[in-house]
Ligand binder design. Structure first.
Ligand code: ATP
Ligand code: MG
Length: 264
């Protein structure tokens, strides 16, 4: 179970250089980008929860905080009741994470990438090898298992990264735009895998996307994020009813861009 409670994060970015002399002598104060201003979500076990928002909404920043890459300025994140900031090791052990960059070791084979991460998670070599075998079948990656990752296609990289995220059989799975760059068959296969992991194995899955069909097809719960804030949550039928729309895309636009709606 994943619980994100009103997290916020801002980043300092260098101020633009000024052309006058004082500007050169004095170091300018940085500008601040408020990437996330207030995002909350509750993701249950056995459910797929989608973080749906336009470009720049704050999805990746929220998921990076969930993955413990940096701490929120405000708010709390718990994974199975463990605080990601104060108990990072225990919380991270309960999560499989597929980030926006897949970052595989190019000189290792797919199998070696998976086993290496299993070992980092504290698994014995034997257990990690066993999981690599199981995941190779689950994710249909027999053909690439003994190939070096260098030169893998986008879909092959994604499968290897997903296997790596699942190697320690985590109860929670966090994915940032997992179908990005995948073809129709690979997308379908991934969707089926995610459904089965949630329905049959009771995993808690949180993923980000801006693809409406994906949300309609996969999500038990949707959290709409726009301009750094979570603005609405519920199942697809609940969000349709809440906005009085027939099409989910219209419901999303009404929820994510209320100003545009009013102007129209
Ligand atoms: N390290 C950083 N430094 C400065 N600004 C950042 C940083 N990371 C994110 N931002 C800014 O925060 C905002 C939210 O970015 P984020 O990557 O979380 O959005 P997103 O919802 O994942 O978007 P997309 O759909 O394009 O992936 C953007 O305006 C982005 O430019
Ligand atoms: Mg993103």
């Amino acid at each position: 179970m994943i619980h994100i409670d009103q997290v916020a994060k801002r980043f300092a970015v260098p101020a633009p250089k000024t052309s006058n002399l004082m500007g050169w002598l004095k170091k300018p104060a940085p500008n601040w980008v408020e990437a996330v201003k207030g995002v909350s979500l509750k993701a249950d076990n056995g459910c797929i929860t989608g973080l749906l928002g336009p470009n720049g909404a704050g999805k990746t920043t929220t998921l990076r905080m969930l993955a413990g890459l940096f701490a929120p300025d405000q708010g709390r994140i718990q994974v199975d009741g463990l605080d990601v900031v104060t108990q990072p090791q225990a919380a991270l052990a309960r999560m499989g994470i597929l980030g926006d960059a897949h970052g595989l070791y190019p000189r290792l084979t797919a199998r070696e990438n998976i086993v290496y991460f299993g070992r980092l998670q504290g698994m014995t070599r034997e257990a990690a090898e066993g999981r690599a075998e199981h995941l190779a079948d689950l994710l249909d990656m027999r053909k690439i298992l003994e190939r070096r990752a260098d030169g893998f296609s986008q879909g092959e990289r994604m499968k290897t990264a997903l296997a790596r995220a699942l190697v320690h059989d985590p109860a929670n799975l966090v994915l940032d735009e997992p179908t990005n760059g995948l073809d129709v068959l690979a997308t379908r296969a991934l969707r089926e895998t995610l459904r089965s992991l949630a329905r049959d194995q009771g995993k808690c899955i949180v993923f980000s996307t801006h693809i409406m069909q994906e949300v309609e097809y996969l999500c038990d719960e949707v959290v709409v994020v726009s301009q750094g804030r979570s603005l609405a949550h519920g199942s697809v039928p609940e969000l349709l009813a809440q906005t009085g729309r027939d099409r989910f895309e219209d419901a999303f636009v009404a929820l994510a861009f209320p100003d545009i709606q009013e102007a129209a």
